[in-house]
Design a protein around this ligand. Sequence first.
Ligand SMILES: Cc1cc2nc3c(=O)[nH]c(=O)nc-3n(C[C@H](O)[C@H](O)[C@H](O)COP(=O)(O)OP(=O)(O)OC[C@H]3O[C@@H](n4cnc5c(N)ncnc54)[C@H](O)[C@@H]3O)c2cc1C
Length: 604
Amino acid sequence: MMNKYVDMDTLKFVLYDVHNLEDLLKRERFEEHDKESLDLFLESTKDFADKELYPYLKEMDEQPAYHKEGKVYVHEQVKTMMHKGGELGIISASFDYEDGGMQIPLVAHTAASYILDAANNHLPGYAGLTQGAAELIIHFANEKLKETYVPDMLTGQWGGTMCLTEPQAGSSLSDIVTKAKRTEEGFYKISGQKIFISGGDNQFTENIIHLVLARIDGAPKGTKGISLFVVPKNRPKADGSLTPNDVTTVADFQKLGQRGYCTTHLGFGDADDCQGWLVGEENQGLNYMFLMMNAARIAVGRGGSAIASAAYYASLQYANERPQGRKLSSDGKKNMEDNQNLIIEHPDVRRMLLLQKAVVEGSMSLVHLATKYYDLELTATSDQEKNKYNTLLEMIIPVVKTYPSEAGIYAVNNGLQVLGGYGFCSDFILQQYYRDIRINAIYEGTTGIQSQDLLGRKITMGNGSGLQMLLTEITIAIQEAKKHQELIPYASILEEKIQLTQKVLQELMPHAMKGDFERYLADASIFMEFFSLIIVGWTWLEMGTKAHEGLNNNNAKYSNEFYIGKIETLKYFYAYELPKTLGHAEILLNPSTVTIKKELEYIN
Ligand SMILES: Cc1cc2nc3c(=O)[nH]c(=O)nc-3n(C[C@H](O)[C@H](O)[C@H](O)COP(=O)(O)OP(=O)(O)OC[C@H]3O[C@@H](n4cnc5c(N)ncnc54)[C@H](O)[C@@H]3O)c2cc1C
């Protein structure tokens, strides 16, 4: 039986009502699309996910990718994901027409990817990385590279990867040592090891195009000396045939979760015959890679929210079917003559369900907000507008990556708890979601690294002007919410949280101004938790406002139950999640130096 894993009405509410997709469609770039055509795209994606992704979720966990005799073998749905998904436009839909795309807004494409992630999180990454790698080639590589590689990537015949991590260079990319040696023939000889490369090999795509960060002979140390290369697994020859390019698959890491999504160790140039082609200019590699990394960070946040969505609906179904215990009567006792209640009637179970709904839908809106900013930047008609949306996107990216991942783990943990003992058993899917979602807080920059990006780079960006721009957007949402009597208390709480943010930053900033960055960033992760809750408080206020408008509209698209569900979840978030910021503020306003390393090692 097909279980629910995503609520299509909520997804459309987020797209059309909260983020006004139809306004975006008025822009020239998107003029050939309308609500009907985008709905069709979403529905066909849902149909594809129902038939080709969801049914294989458990099987892909039980039959993980594996390495044998220099090759990685993956589940055969990877082929379906790439080829049928490619036909559907899963890889190319948001690209320009002239590059083989459909020019649909990225925010709509994100909704489609969200459906796929929620259906089976082991599969969409193969297509997503191919999309990201193709996008890098389109943006920064020369025409020849574009013509050679992009068309087959967009149809899913060829895959793509991002190769950053090395054994000694994970969080710190400045320590990358993979080498690129210039040759007379125009290509570079690549040599080195990359580890943890997602989608790095499989038996179905006839070629895999690796986007590799490497250091050209004599390049400066650190991130300023990193260049980007297209390194195919197989070199295309003039007659269209392929010849091996000395990329070896050393291993496939066996993992806690996402076991169907292979994670490879790749060797480049063991036989001194690995050819790579420079993308753009020398030593600009990390700047280019940021395009792919930003997209991948949004994708990781999207995946976190989507896995938590699937877990929520699985636990909700269980809570609606499982009888256990009885309600307490007015004397505090149970009447054994009564039938057992369904567990969904117990307040503590309802708390765990509301918690999940609050995290899932709050982060769903956040992820779509990020891609809306991307679309608004792409279609901006002035430099000022472009700069505005670029800044807003940069400001929220670390939160978009981190909140759905971290809060997603917390949500799925509660989903598992709803099932009691069965939650721990492999007959039920919750334990798999719990394992699968754990990676989201690690790859694409750990929570610690994202938090340093938020506090160290984004909050200080343009002397705080980026933060100011973001706070202005939040203030506009507060004013909108205040038009609805019922929402005034929540709007006021969010106003107080903005003031609290400013107070916290006034406390922290002097450390940065004194140049004591270790101290400034020591509690960056606490600041991330604090700031994320406020950002998601904002997304909930926006959703509450739109739900209120729906309730007051006689021709509303959704039922009263739907809108009231949103408003009640907003209330939950403001009563149970947002107050946690007070605890964070207490830590940040009275910081301890206990975590900073001193001469005597006391962690022992
Ligand atoms: C399943 C999986 C898939 C992956 N896919 C890819 C991929 O496709 N391509 C790719 O290039 N990489 C990929 N990675 C690599 C991933 O991005 C890295 O694992 C991640 O960035 C962390 O690097 P690391 O593992 O070396 O951990 P480390 O960098 O060693 O971090 C260990 C711990 O120390 C903390 N830490 C490190 N440095 C600092 C610091 N300066 N300040 C404070 N704390 C710090 C970290 O937050 C973390 O908690 C993948 C990893 C996994 C597990």
